[in-house]
Design a binder for this molecule. Structure first.
Ligand SMILES: Cc1cc2nc3c(=O)[nH]c(=O)nc-3n(C[C@H](O)[C@H](O)[C@H](O)COP(=O)(O)OP(=O)(O)OC[C@H]3O[C@@H](n4cnc5c(N)ncnc54)[C@H](O)[C@@H]3O)c2cc1C
Length: 337
């Protein structure tokens, strides 16, 4: 059913007030096909919404918003070591992680508690705690708005990069992702080398942790560091960690020998954007209802009635001050509409 002038304030985790001119919930591929056959897409391409946890509305949406409600999980292949699962795109990502962990299937436990839908996960190649979805992703199934057909894209078709994929570039606006195929391991080895995971496990006296222990540790760390969008509007990391030439790192080290850096392609390093923002004095900053989270400088927050344009204005000031101070350009991670 197509609705007009629908509020989408409760459908984005920033809690931004906006309306969709046209709005439709998609519960089946047949529903997508009938939207495609109608003349609704003639005026403008549709905007697909999952959990609304990586999107910032700066205005009412003039076209059609399709809310993804495709559900289902299937095992496609299985042997003694691994299984290939296909998860419908409207399934909740974190619940899918918990489902895998409960069954003892490893590969996505480090991505615990990332909000949003399964279908959005490949869009920015979600990542956290030393893992990215591309490490387990085998295929993406998608409805192609150019042809009206459901197609399968392979891992290499997806052109994954750091918080990046084909769907954010050449494929942008062309596909409605309907399902994601992932290979999960039946005898998984855990990955505890990142951040505070090891410290939390040691505190709990876990010398031989399994995937459920790693998932629980990551949930605990994330809950202690990140604001819960149900309580304080946000979209997680607002900026990507910048990848800069090693000469830029050397420049920063002249005044800040303590700066951390992480490996990237030859001649480049990845810098922690949160550190750069914090050094410029933005942590805990608030202007009206738009602010920078007091515990995590990478997270911009809406204290109540901030507009999307106010959050963007704050983000631009942060970008400028990091550029002036460190000669580093910060790229926004969040999708703007
Ligand atoms: C507290 C918090 C913590 C977070 N932590 C992380 C983190 O650790 N790592 C990380 O990578 N991200 C993180 N995020 C960002 C976010 O959770 C992910 O990017 C997630 O994948 C977004 O899913 P969603 O369903 O909410 O997408 P939405 O916000 O609904 O959509 C995001 C984009 O994808 C498009 N899209 C959505 N679904 C589809 C589909 N089925 N087909 C085609 N296009 C689609 C939308 O049009 C939009 O452009 C965090 C966000 C929050 C609020």
């Amino acid at each position: 059913m197509i609705l007009r002038n629908q509020s989408i304030a409760h459908l984005n985790t920033f809690g931004l007030n906006a309306t969709a001119n046209l709005y439709c919930e998609i519960e089946s591929i047949a529903a997508l096909q009938s939207v495609w056959k109608s003349n609704l897409l003639v005026q403008s391409s549709p905007l697909i919404l999952g959990g609304g946890s990586n999107i910032l509305f700066t205005q009412d949406y003039p076209g059609l918003i399709l809310l993804n409600k495709l559900k289902g999980k299937n095992i496609i292949e299985e042997d003694e070591n691994a299984l290939l699962v296909s998860v419908s795109a409207g399934e909740n990502w974190h619940e899918t992680v918990l489902w895998a962990v409960k069954n003892g299937w490893g590969g996505i436990e480090n991505l615990s508690l990332i909000p949003g839908s399964v279908g959005a996960a490949p869009i920015q190649n979600i990542g956290a705690y030393g893992a990215e979805i591309e490490q387990v992703l085998v295929f993406v199934e998608a409805f192609d708005f150019d042809t009206g057909q459901v197609v399968q894209l392979s891992h290499s078709d997806c052109q994954f990069g750091y918080r990046d994929s084909y769907f954010k570039n050449e494929g942008k606006g062309r596909y409605f992702i309907t399902a994601v195929g992932m290979r999960l391991q039946k005898n998984p080895t855990v990955n505890v080398g990142y951040g505070d995971i090891q410290a939390v496990l040691e505190r709990k006296n876990m010398s031989q942790p399994g995937i459920a222990d790693v998932s629980a540790a990551i949930i605990e760390i994330r809950q202690s560091k990140l604001p819960d969008p149900a309580l304080l509007g946000n979209c997680g990391s607002f900026f990507k960690n910048p990848i800069v030439p090693v000469a830029t790192l050397a420049f920063i080290q002249q005044h800040h020998p303590e700066v951390k850096s992480f490996p990237a392609q030859a001649g480049f390093v990845k810098l922690p954007a949160a550190w750069l923002i914090e050094q410029c004095g933005w942590k805990g900053f608030r202007e009206g209802d738009a602010g920078v989270h007091e515990k995590q400088a990478l997270v911009l927050v809406n204290y109540g009635t901030a507009k999307g344009t106010e959050i963007i204005a704050l983000a631009k000031k942060i970008q400028q001050s990091v550029l002036d101070t460190f000669q580093v350009s910060l790229e926004m991670e969040v999708n703007r509409v």
